[in-house]
Ligand binder design. Structure first.
Ligand code: ADP
Ligand code: ZN
Length: 676
């Protein structure tokens, strides 16, 4: 290590590139006093001038003096992150085994860190008038809401950390509790973050917050770059003190945080699907801990992890066991589709007779229906009538979905698409048959059965078109649509009082996934989507179609009995030592050459097991992933089981994440939500 003269100052810089290192630069004498941690500096990086963020400052460096380069300039106008945020970033980096530079890329989006200097300088930019807004009329809270609220307010008053799990059935008025908590935090001079799953960030939801508060920033993926910039800088400068947003809003640049709310805390969308594989719910809890803020996790179907944290005393349970105004939960009828198919001699595979009758009734009296099927496309696979060959993606080991509107077969994992062949490409003889049902087919068939009705569909194929999402939701809210068919996009957040029927086309789809959480996901989805019915003055009904009507999970979901489900599910997890009994780390291997990858995996795991078992970890695998290949890359998984993630992570953080050739990669997913 080189100890330079007293005056030399070196900084470590994070750059916005996919590299797993921080870089050392020297600071010219005239800038030494200005440069601070969290500032942006201009540097010469691989012969390009780019921005970097200052992570640390010191008088020493490992880089030889003839190699080290000076920074070119520093922007003093703004600290992109404060000490607390850096601490959070370091924790994420260690816990999720991800390079700090890449974590910071998530905390400060590229667009923000590369802002033109004129925006950093300008305090007043975008000072458009905020609403002349109407003071809302808040509800009188009921006793359960008040009890829950008081606990939260106490924590905010004491300016201490505490995590609450607000377990309230669908329509129990959780949102009102959130709103009051935020009002209170603001009155105490504190700032508040609300994160919701991207798909429940509906215009309706945003409107509720914007009419209640005059300083709300909104953060989601559909924002224009200008809006994103205004909101981010506005939060930084205290113009906005509340943010409602998707996963990344957990990194809102508030320096005086008092409250973080995570709505639908069990949602899988809080987990990022790439490095760093963080879960925004867990990051929220850690951020609350580090900044002495109150954290509220809300759900009608809490994750096993969160509910068991209440049992362990880590979180405090708050309950809203009834719908507001004593409204009943919707009545759920289970329809055995095996019967239906027999009755109709194999014809009626999509709709049961009862479901069609009930839809017809609603259409006649002007009430609305939601039909839920968590599969987009027309037919979920296409096969040869003669030899049974199934059309698969060229790059992934999954079946192709037929989309009628594009008249093409598409892969739902990569971009691959191809025409539907007339004759089987395998036996060159048989005719191709479309099989399985997706939302597109449900919509088409329904339009045929009810030609007079207004039927619309909502899934990612439709909402890719700009504005269509808002348009469909708007039309549905205004009663212009009789039946809305959709994927999980319509399962959450919708609060439309005229919806009196929810049809679940195939309740058991997710149950067939090779995933130990399949039961939990199925329970959550059924409960959530059922919760869309009967939220107003009118009673709601749910029709649940299934091929496995005897399964406990289907019956618990039909009764919306979370506690009964939790007990049985926890028992099963305990027996197998699955989460939340222990934690999982999924070590994922990727490589384009199947044989080479398999060899690499065996070698790597043999060594890794020796090191990790001395630290008390257990293992499953390595085995090829249930989806063997995605986007040309073969995949293997090894699950590490432990009770102490940080100690295992500290070992993993020292391992190489690729082989010498660089052709085979290792990706570490801590607390994985998908093992596919
Ligand atoms: P959840 O988020 O628990 O599903 P919401 O917060 O959406 O439930 O509340 C359901 C409906 O009840 C909303 O339309 C809301 O405005 C209304 N609501 C909430 N609290 C009360 C209350 N105390 N009295 C009457 N209506 C309420
Ligand atoms: Zn593919």
């Amino acid at each position: 290590m080189k100890r330079a003269s007293n005056k030399s100052v070196f900084i470590q810089v994070a750059v916005d590139r996919y590299v797993d290192k921080l870089f050392d630069y020297s600071v010219p004498l005239d800038m030494v006093d200005s440069v601070k941690i969290g500032m942006r500096v201009l540097i010469d990086f691989r012969r390009k001038k780019i921005y970097g963020l200052v992570i640390s400052k010191s008088n020493t460096t490992d880089v030889p003096s003839n190699k080290i380069k000076p920074i070119l300039s520093v922007d003093k106008e703004i600290l992109f992150f404060d000490k607390n945020m850096l601490k959070l970033g370091i924790w994420i980096s260690q816990y999720y085994c991800a390079p700090l530079g890449m974590v910071l890329k998530n905390i400060i989006p590229t667009q923000i860190r590369t802002l033109k200097k004129k925006f950093l300088n300008c305090e007043q930019e975008g000072e458009e008038k905020l609403d002349s807004y109407l003071p809302p009329v808040p509800h009188h809270l009921n006793k359960d809401q008040l009890d829950a609220l008081n606990e939260i307010l106490n924590t905010i008053n004491n300016r201490e950390y505490n995590t609450f799990l607000l377990y309230g059935v669908t329509g129990s008025g959780k949102t009102e509790v959130y709103l009051r908590s935020i009002e209170h935090a603001k009155a105490k001079g504190k700032q508040a973050i609300v994160i919701v799953p991207e798909i429940s960030l509906t215009p309706q939801m945003i409107e509720i917050f914007e009419t209640r508060f005059d300083d709300v920033a909104v953060f989601h993926s559909r924002l224009t770059p200008k809006k994103r910039r205004l909101y981010w800088l506005g939060m930084k400068r205290g113009k906005y003190n509340v943010v409602i947003g998707a996963r990344s809003a957990v990194f809102a640049p508030f320096e005086n945080l008092g409250l973080i709310i995570v709505d639908e805390e069990h949602e899988r969308t809080y987990k990022q699907g790439e490095i760093p594989f963080y879960n925004a719910r867990d990051v929220a809890v850690m951020r609350g801990k580090m900044s002495g803020a109150c954290v509220v996790l809300g759900s009608a179907t809490p994750s096993l992890e969160s509910y068991s944290n209440c049992e362990k005393g880590k979180y405090k349970l708050l309950e809203l066991p009834f719908r507001v105004d004593k409204k009943e939960l919707p009545k759920v009828e289970i329809i055995d589709m095996n019967h239906e198919i027999k009755k109709s001699k194999g014809k009626n595979a999509v709709f049961s007779a009862f479901l069609l009758e009930e839809i017809e009734k609603r259409i006649k009296i002007g009430e609305q229906c939601i039909l839920f099927l968590n599969r987009r496309g027309y037919s979920t696979f296409v096969c040869c009538k003669k030899c049974g060959f199934v059309m698969k993606c060229e790059h992934c080991s999954i079946a192709l979905t037929f989309h009628k509107s594009f008249s093409a077969l598409k892969c739902h994992r990569c971009d691959y698409s191809t025409n539907l062949p007339k004759v089987c490409p395998e036996c060159k003889d048989g005719e191709m048959k479309k099989a399985g049902t997706g939302t597109e087919k449900v919509e088409k068939q329904l339009k045929k059965i009810f030609p007079e009705a207004d039927i619309a569909r909502m899934d990612t194929d439709i909402t890719k078109k700009k504005g269509s999402y808002e348009e469909i939701l708007g039309n549905f809210r205004r009663g212009k649509i009789d039946v809305l068919v959709g994927t999980q996009m319509i399962a959450k957040g919708l609060d439309i009082s005229n919806v009196t029927l929810v049809g679940i086309i195939a309740a058991d789809i997710a149950l067939n996934l090779p995933d130990f959480r399949a039961g939990e996901y199925t329970f959550q989805l059924i409960t959530q989507v059922s919760g869309r019915a009967g939220r107003g003055a009118l009673k709601g009904n749910v029709i649940l179609q299934t091929f496995s009507p005897e399964l406990p999970v289907i019956n618990f979901a039909a009764k919306q009995d979370y506690i009964a489900f939790y007990k049985v599910e926890k028992e099963f997890r305990m027996e197998l030592k699955y989460p939340p009994q222990q934690r999982f780390i999924n070590i994922c291997f990727r490589g384009e050459n199947e044989v080479e990858l398999a060899r690499f995996v065996q070698n790597y795991c043999m060594k890794l097991k020796v090191i990790l078992s001395s630290a008390g970890a257990g293992f499953k695998g390595p085995i090829p992933s249930p989806i063997k290949k995605i986007n040309r890359f073969y995949r293997w998984n090894m699950i590490v089981m432990t009770k102490n993630i940080l100690s295992i992570a500290s070992i993993l953080n020292r391992c190489a994440f690729q082989d010498d050739s660089g052709r085979n990669q290792v990706v570490v997913d801590v607390d994985p939500l998908s093992l596919l």
